[in-house]
Ligand binder design. Sequence first.
Ligand SMILES: NC(=O)c1ccc[n+]([C@@H]2O[C@H](COP(=O)([O-])OP(=O)(O)OC[C@H]3O[C@@H](n4cnc5c(N)ncnc54)[C@H](OP(=O)(O)O)[C@@H]3O)[C@@H](O)[C@H]2O)c1
Length: 282
Amino acid sequence: MSTDPRDVPMVALNDGSAIPQIGFGTWQVAPEEAEAATSEAFSVGYRHVDTAAVYANEAEVGLAIAGSGLARDDLYVTTKLWNPDHGYDEAMAAFDRSMGKLGIERLDLYLIHWQCVQFGKYVDTWRALIDLRESGRVTSIGVSNFKEPALREIIDATGVVPVLNQVELHPWLPQTELRAVHAELGIATESWSPLASGQLIGDPILATIAEKHGKSTAQVMIRWHLQLGLIVLPKSVTPSRIAENIDVFDFELDESDMAAIATLESGRRTGPDPDEYLELGW
Ligand SMILES: NC(=O)c1ccc[n+]([C@@H]2O[C@H](COP(=O)([O-])OP(=O)(O)OC[C@H]3O[C@@H](n4cnc5c(N)ncnc54)[C@H](OP(=O)(O)O)[C@@H]3O)[C@@H](O)[C@H]2O)c1
């Protein structure tokens, strides 16, 4: 089973580029399984992969890119700057290391992984990303796990608006207020842990909706993200699930489904609150 990559909508970004609305997530994909899992994702229709320096699998994702037989321009690749690499010079060096591991000449999207407010360096880091974009080595730049004050600060300091903010987002945590800030600023929202790291798979409300459409609870959640206009990054190392998670273009959630999913909001996070996140190794 595979999905035609042309079925996956492209989301327009504020710098004139566009990103496939579904990407393959690779957090907790061990280096020894990352090449196979990413290759599997490409073979069933994904054209967008999300990695990070801290995932320790950039080299293996790079092998999957090299072995895919796909034109570089047909793939969308994101990686992220890890926390100790905040600061202008550190960010430049971190980007070189990531590119060396990925083995590509141009990156589609580089993100600051966490705001790390306690370091007080995110404006300097953002200036490095702006210069990297100007050098042409990365097409788009954005952030992850930024809250409104840090978002406004980097924009006010540089005049450059991140293309997107990648944040924890799933039916327990729909991030309604932050999404409104993003809409005001022209920032796209990208959902990490879109299935609540698997914890919502057995939810009975989602199961009822899934049964109604003849789909799985994972597929219902992914449709929910798509219908909210979010960019979504499901992760799996299981081939059947990798295919299932992109096979979401033959049904649509109706208003009553969306309203039922809205009742799941509880504010519950599966990861840390960015303002409280002080560790280097979550
Ligand atoms: N920026 C950040 O700070 C940040 C933080 C976390 C995640 N992310 C990104 O977001 C991506 C996704 O987040 P995530 O990995 O936490 O979780 P997720 O996609 O919400 O859930 C993944 C979990 O659900 C299971 N699963 C996936 N598809 C399934 C299906 N169809 N049926 C049943 N179970 C299914 C997976 O199991 P198997 O793998 O065993 O199949 C895995 O245990 C990451 O990989 C990463 O790229 C970013």
